[in-house]
Every structure is written in C-alpha cells, then in structure tokens.
Design a protein. Sequence first.
Lengths: 630, 212
Amino acid sequence: MKALKTTLVSTLCGWLSVGGLHGQNTITPPPSAASHLREVREKQNTVGDVPQTGILRVPRAFQGRSVLPAGPLLFLASGEGRGLLEATHHPLAQYLSRAFGGNAEAPIPPSPAMLSRLAAMSSNGRLSSGAAAGTVPYTASAGARFNLEPRANAVLYPKARSWQTFIPNGVAQGDDLIVQAADDFRGNLATDSNWDQSLSGYYVHRSTTADCSVQFEGGLPSFQFQGNTVMGIGDTVVAADPMRNAIFIADLRFGNAAGVGLFRASASTLLNPSLCPNGTHLQAQATSCWEVSPPALVFGQDVADVTGGQPRIAVDERPTGTGAGDVYVVQPTGNSQASGIFLAACTNTLTCSAGAVIRGTDVNSIFPYAQVRPDGLITISYTEMSTTSSTETINFVTCTPAGAPNQPVCGSPTAVVNVAEPLGAFLGGGVVANEPVNLNLGLVTTYPKHANRRDSTGKFTSFLVYDDCKHVFNPGNGATPVCVAAEVLMTLSTDNGNTWSTPVSVDAAAGHHFFPAISTDASTGTTNIVYYTTEKDPFKHEVSVALNPIAAGSTTLGAPQFLTKSLDIDDDPGNQGFFLFSTFIGAIARGNGTPGQSRLYTSFDSTAVSGTYEGRSLPESNNHILLHTF
Amino acid sequence: MTGTAPGDLLLTNGDRPFLPGDRTFPKHANRLESDGKTVTTFIVYDRCEVPTIGSTLIGANFCPKTDVVITSSTDGVNWSPITSVTTSRAQQFFGTVATDASRETVNIAYYSTQNDPLQQHLQLFLAQVAPGSTAVGVPHLLTSTFADAQAQSPILVSFDESFGDHLGLAAAGTGTAGQSHAYVSFTWNSVQGTYVGTTNPDLNNHLTRLDY
C-alpha cells in the first residue's frame, strides 16, 4: 500500500495524471469541460458507493511492484501515453515495447479533437525565432512570463514546476545570467518543427538589458548513453556554480536506458549566440548549447528495470576544499537490486560516482532535497512515509564530501518532525486526503525543503520548511477528509541536524499557505522563505506569492509580505485542473554582502498572461519569474 | 390537440453545435403579441461561439468563448438568425428565459465572467426583450459581488457538487410599469460557511429580483 503513495506523489510530480487524480472543484465556465471532467471523475474516482477525491490507476507495468517510478514513466507505461506518442510519431514510442514488455498497455489513441489540436500545434509559425522584444520588468505584480511561446494557440498544457538559478552579474554589472528549468508540455505534443520533443524545458535570460526577458529557450537535448539515445522527459531542476561560472541542469531520461540526465553549460557558452542562438531551440541548437561538455546519465540503468522520482541537484560553490565544485544528485529511485534515496557525486565536469543508497532510506522515502553548506557538508532532507498510517516523518541526514567521483560518506538520518496531517495524505486504496479545498491543482502535497546559514560564530543553522494541514475537515458519510487551512511551518537546528526546534507557522493569516521554498543569501545571512498564500482571496482559490525573511543572526520569522498580486495558478484553458500539478515554487537568493544589493528570484506558475484560442483571449499557464531585492 | 413535427433548430440555422458533451440546456418562453393571436416563441441556449478545441487526452473539448444566444419564431418552423444576448467578452452561460405576460416582456438571465480579467469570477445578468420587439436590450447587472466557480463547499468537494447547470427565472407583474418583478434563483458562494472553525466558501441557493 505504501508504494501507491509513492506512485501517487510521483505521478503528480511528473507528467500527466494517468487516472485523473484530482477530484475537486473543477467546475468553471465553460461548462463543457466541467461536466466532462465530472463524468470522468465519477467513473474513475469512486470507491464502492462513496465518491472520493482522487484515485490513481497504476499502469499494468507497475502494478504489484514495490517501487514505482515518477509520473513521466507512469505516463509512458499507460495506454493513453502510448497512444499519444504513437499518434505524434514521438521517438519515445519506439522504446515502450521493450521497456514494458508484455505489460505494455494497448495504445489508447487521442480523440479526433485532440488530433486536430495536435495538427494545429504543429503548423508553421509557432516557433519563436527571436528574443522577447522590449523591456520585461522583473518586478511586475505578477512577475514576468519566462518563456518565448507564441500566444496564438499556446499549448494548452502548462509550463510548470519551474526552478531557476542565476549567476550574479553574469551578463554585465547589475545584470544577472538567469536560467530557469521547467516541465514544458510542448515536448509532449508538438512535432519537431516547433520543439525538440523534450519535456525538459530551459529558459535563459542573457540580455544586456537588466530585465526579465528570455533570449532563448528549448528542451534539453537527447544524448547517447552506452550507445543508446536517452531523451528528456521532465522533472527538470537547475543549479549554478557562480565561482566557476557554470550552470547545471538535471532531468529524467528515457530511451533504451533510463536515469538522471546531468548537463553543464558554462556562462560563456550560454552567452555565446553562435552556440546558443536566440529563439526557440530545436535539437541542433539545444545540443550545441548544452553538450559542449558531454552530459552524464546518473543512476543509469536498463530501462526495463527502472523506477525513479524527481531528482534534485546541489553544487559545492566553494573555491577550494574537498568536494569544491562537485555536483550532487539525489533521487528517490530503485530497481530490482536496491531502492531508497540515491546520492551521487559528480565532478564539475560531470564525472560521476555510481551512486549509492543513503542508509536508512527505502521505498517509502520520497522528496529528497539536497544542499551544500558553506563548509562543504552535504545536507539532505526527505520524507519518510509511515507504513501503518497516513502520517509522515521528515528526516535529515548529512554527508561528508570525499571529492567526486568518490562517493560521499553519509551519517544516519535523524527525524526532524512527525507530520500528523500531511497534505495529500494517502489513506489507502489510492485515495488522497487533506487536499486543500479550492486549489484546483493536481496534487498539493507536503514537500520539505531546507537551507543552511553560516552564523557569525562559524557554526551553522539549518532551517527547514514544510507544509501540512492545519485544519482537516471530514465531511462524513465516508467521504474523504479535505484540508480547509494549509499552513507552512519552519523548524531549525543548530547542531548539524541532530535536534530540531518546535515548528512554528510562517504565516498565521487565514487562508491556505503552501509550497514553501527557502534560500539563504550567504552574503548577508538573510534566509528567505517564499510560499503561496490565498490570504487575499476569500474564496481560497487565487494565490499570491509571499515572502517571510529571517534576518541574519536571528532565528525569528519576520513579517510576511506579498511579492505578487493575486494570481490564478490553476486555470489553464479548458479547465485543465487534472493536468496542473505544480508541487513547488522555486527560490534562490544571492548578493554581494551589501544591503539592498542582494537578489531573490522566485519562480512560480501563473495564468496572468493569456493565450489566444480561435482569436479569443484566455488565461494560460506559464512559468513566471520575479525579482525581489533586499 | 395538434402540433408540428419537431424541427431541427441547429440545421435550420446552420449554426455551430451546442457545447459538445455538455448539458447545454435550451429553454424557451412564449409571448402573446398585441394582436392577440400571434405567439412568438423565444429559445435561449448556450453555445460555443467559436469552434471548440480538443484539449485533453481524455477526450474533452473546451470552448474559448461561450455565449448565450437567442432565436425566435412565430410558427415553430422558421427561426430567426441566432444572435448573442450580449457581445461582452469572456464566458456567458446558463441562459434561461421567462416571459412577463402582463407586460409582454421577455427576460433572459445568465451568468457572465466578463468583469473578471481571468474569466473565472461570475456575476449574474438579466437582459430583456421589449414588447413587440425581438431585439435584446442592454443587460442589467444583478449582483454587485462575484462568485468563484472554482471554489466549493468543503462538504461537497468529495462529491463534486458545483454551480449546477441552470438558473431559475420567473417574471410576472400587474401590467403597470414598475410593478413587474423578475426573480432569478441562482447558485452562489460569496457567503462563507465555517468548517472546523475556519471560514470557507459555501455554496448556497440565492434569490434576487429586478423590478421594472
């Protein structure tokens, strides 16, 4: 039963909810989609006589397995996924039979309407050939859309789950080199005349105008691993090494092999218009831009024996010392030999260790999140699900660098906190409880993150944030409990994670608070906690991005402040709530030590910018970015 | 009792189809004209103003622009060209119609998201067709506040109840101007409920009235 939670979470962390997971509040005009989704849900989300909020249908290839993979792999194993890929003549379709063998599901072709839509999307004129025109302010009340997709017939599915990093003054003094990564559905649906059929989106600002414009974008390219082509299927994350002027991006890979793709591009490459031309990249441009340094397949394995969740990466940005410049990759994964949270260490030029399971983790361990302390110690938090209840435990472990590609040496995990009412709690039978009401997202689930701060004493304070359900409402009559108030909590440790403080709420205002992100600006010692809040909306539906900083030297939360106006994050055209599965927002802060010159970039999803469909304007989901200086 | 064979309104008018797969719910009302003999029938329904777009792998289409349209006939066979009740932006839906016989006024109620940039928050409108005319007048806004169709009562979330699929409308009067009333019943969630001590939107049946 526990594995199903892994599946459930993974599914919504990835590509497409095969079974139509989310079960609430998809009623919105126009009514056509609403009623259809209701019918689908009624068919799929009924346990006995009691409708439930969410049920996952596990593809046959993974039924009965103790370890289940991320959403992209579940999608590939499904009949719907296979049908779509075959209909679009997607290269991934050729690998499905081998990957899933006799358990491959029969293809379920898309509807005629969908096929018609695909044809429209593959028509000419949808490829951006240049950079965003004009000045795009960083600090608009909705942030700035951070992609180049043309607005006419914008892809219905979102560019979502974005994460960004930057190299301060990487373009020019006062102008940062910004790279954002996100899952981009253009990789699923468009033909190669518009996109390179990679779901692993990247978006880069390198303009000498210090704004939030995007100069080029694309999907991370396919590459060869032991003679096999592996393609990006999303779950894309990014990190920077400002000391060495390098950007690293990781994603999930699939083909005749599977694993985590890890790319490195130097700042000079990203600034080079010959290697990385303006506009939307196809495979050739993506390759020239991201494969100057050969990419690595971390945790590479036979595709027929694969499981894996979203990876995370962290870079040791120190100039010197054991592990300096190393890149660490963590992923919940496994195969027939082992499973748990895997950790690999790669050199700055991507020579990687084979990876090893962190002691104490197993199939119930999810959501690993890695950071590197300013002294080089690797810190990893993750969630351990109970085998007997819906509760979860957040764990923390430290690992000592050994100098990649040598494997770091990890200690034993310690419990940070037991979460009695996690968001997206698994009740068994595939049913998910504690979903925040009125958030029409694929899944809102507890996902801890942490940041480390070097204090003036030379010691370190680790701050960990997570979300849970503050008030659970049980409708009775066998219906699934829901969350009427989600909250973000913070706890801290001053002894290398051995003991943790009593968690405190980051924002006590009424409404939902969820998707916390945290980043410490090492230059000033300010720790920034960013999250979504519905405080401004009495309907608890629209969200604002909020910030609560912790001052240098302090462990006390500040006063919450809004970074954006109210935004809709769940209203993609056609009411695609089923397919919106943001599970986090991104935050990264850096500075030069001078107050007022530090920068916090936040990445999040928003429908503030509309697309046009049949000439009519409609909100459409995009990856956004926002700058806050402090 | 005698009647006519059912006519195919869609084909007759050559219009785009009803919202595919949806519960588009045409309603009609009859008005006895001043000659005492002619009866004009008005049909109101929701449609997709533009071609629908295939959007999901599960087969649903979506409509980038819904509107409420009206057509009329004095013989039930021949129908006037379909026209929109309003030319406003965004989504109009759940159109319904009722005649106030005392004043030969046709009332048309509907939801619209035209005043929300994100086209999600609803308001209630009522338009009228004057006596002797088949043209729709300027709509009246009946609700100063908004409802959010994405927000539900926690107790209904699991059962996926919603804003339903129609509005209720009744109109009557004395024949004297200012003494006619059009009552509209509708689903609304601006009044909060309390759940485990936490306020949250709650779906309720509401009623409003336009005097004319």
